[in-house]
Design a protein around this ligand. Sequence first.
Ligand code: GLN
Length: 253
Amino acid sequence: MRLKLAYFYPTRMNLYGDQGNIQILFLRCRWRGIDLSVTEFEIGDQINLTEYDLAFLGGGQDREQSQIGRDLLRTKAAELRSAVNDGLVMLAVCGGFQLLGEYYQPVEGQTLEGISIFDARTERGVGRAIGNILTHVGFLPGESQVLIGFENHSGRTYLGPGCRPLGKVLKGFGNNGEDRLEGARYRNCFGTYLHGPLLPKNPAFADYLIRLALERRYGKTELAPLDDLIETETRRRLIKRIKKSLLLKRRVG
Ligand code: GLN
């Protein structure tokens, strides 16, 4: 079986090792005999996503966001919107997530218009939301429901009724630090503030995306299980450590 992934702006949008998300998708496909090919798209590139199964857009700083934001609107918005409406599996992290909403207000300078895949608006925040974050999602099995990540953003994102959150914040800031929601989901398009990178820390989420993409192209699919012993143990320790740091913070505060 074959899958195709469109990787947007790899040179500009790759904060905190976001590229690791692509590597983990590639490896978890290869370990199962699935051939995942990755095509990179940069500023100015026209896109035709009819043959694509997956897409990824990482996080970035305000300067990079304003550069790619203009290009997204000009050369990629219409095709991306129609592909997502057709079921394309897409993951966007932090700065990328913000630009899939209606707008993003950077700390300084003009508001950036987004491509409105998500019914979401990102307002300018006071101070940055920085630290480890745990989010509970409702669609993964057992312990893997807890997504582990790292967030660092100034924007505060508020969702409208046109999309669902990705999950509920257990520890950390999330979309805006007020409603305890994290990320967004519209059809098979996922936005999140979780860097880290996200998928190596949360392999069940990587498998979920791969399965959605396979099912869209080939119909009902069962993924062969992989030996995730090391990943599972690492996750157990990380979750414990992050919860403990929360307790300590509470005691000190
Ligand atoms: N520049 C954006 C913000 O600060 C996104 C940063 C990021 O992708 N980590 O909110």
